[in-house]
Design a protein around this ligand. Structure first.
Ligand code: NCD
Length: 306
């Protein structure tokens, strides 16, 4: 039963539960009108203490399309946390007005603390460089719809693997499906965190690390590009030096498989040349679209609405 639960990190839900959400997301995508009044009378609170376009708007669109409504704190300066109120007090307050909360915060671990004191389901929409589980649900639905499977794939993750929370959540989750292998492509300064590598080793999941995208692009079934996370850097000079480490162009793609699936959680800065957008392998705008449907499914499950 998912009703009443929080989603803080990807390990909170079993594979079976994740597949249920994906299945429901797929159904909603196919016939959205069947779901258009299921959240009549329900209120979502979106609490975003960091910038967001897709995640916040897709949650707000999701509840509206389910017949519910939302209230929001879209700019952290507008909430009383800016006066010094603790996050827990702010979340407790919002929880007394709404039925479910979607929250983003710049500090790692903020979601687990807030969720432990929250009387309604709390969804982590990104806690610093830690996790972003609803992006992972979006990624899985996109992969499933594109490839008709979530197993037996070579998955390349490219860019800022150190600070990229979407990467951390995706690797944790998709490594639970059979026979997936990983190629981590990043500059030395932005390699995937040690704890994730140890976890993969413990579970005997194959992975390699590589600095050059062109060396391995022909092996990939999925290529997950990411932006260098400027806001997590301690100095501007390092960011400027690393930000253009990878730029996916049609020329680089000439060596890739015909059925490669190219994903990016967005926003894109420079990592994918816009000429790639028209290639049939580019699925990142499909991914954006599916993000709303998977969030509709998640809201329904956590509210226990049928
Ligand atoms: C990501 C995030 O916020 O972590 N964006 C998103 O939610 N789609 C990725 C990013 O900001 O680079």
């Amino acid at each position: 039963m998912l009703k009443g639960r929080n989603l803080i990190n990807v390990d909170d839900f079993s594979i079976k539960e994740v597949l249920e959400i994906i299945e429901l997301g797929k159904k909603i995508f196919e016939v959205p009108s069947d779901f258009s009044d299921l959240c009549d009378g329900k209120l979502l609170g979106t609490l975003f203490f960091e910038p967001s376009t897709r995640t916040r708007l897709s949650f707000e669109a999701a509840i509206l399309r389910l017949g519910g409504r939302y209230i929001n704190v879209a700019q952290s300066e507008s909430a009383s946390t800016a006066k010094g109120e603790s996050l827990v007090d702010t979340v407790k307050t919002v929880a007394s007005y709404v039925d479910i909360i979607a929250m983003r915060h710049p500090k790692e671990g903020s979601a687990i603390v807030a969720g432990s004191q929250c009387s309604v389901p709390l969804i982590n929409c990104g806690d610093g460089g830690h996790q972003h589980p609803t992006q992972t649900l979006t990624d899985l639905l996109t992969i499933y719809k594109t490839k008709s499977r979530l197993e037996d794939m070579t998955i390349g993750l490219c860019g800022d693997l150190k600070f990229g929370r979407t990467v951390h959540s995706l690797v944790k989750m998709i490594s639970k499906f059979k026979n997936n292998k990983f190629i981590f492509i990043s500059p030395k300064e932005l390699v995937i965190p040690e704890y994730l590598k140890v976890d993969l080793e413990d579970r005997k999941i194959e992975f390699i690390e590589e600095e050059n995208l062109e060396n391995i692009i022909d092996k990939l079934d999925i290529l997950y590009m990411t932006r260098v996370q400027k806001e997590r850097f301690f100095n501007e000079a390092d960011y400027v030096r690393l930000r253009d480490s990878y730029i996916l162009t049609m020329q680089k793609l000439s060596k890739a498989k015909e059925d490669l699936c190219i994903l990016h959680p967005l926003p894109r800065i420079n990592e994918i040349s816009i000429e790639v957008d028209n290639d049939k392998r580019a699925k990142y705008f499909k991914q954006v679209e599916l993000g709303m449907y998977i969030r509709m499914a998640l809201i329904l499950k956590l509210l226990g609405v049928r």
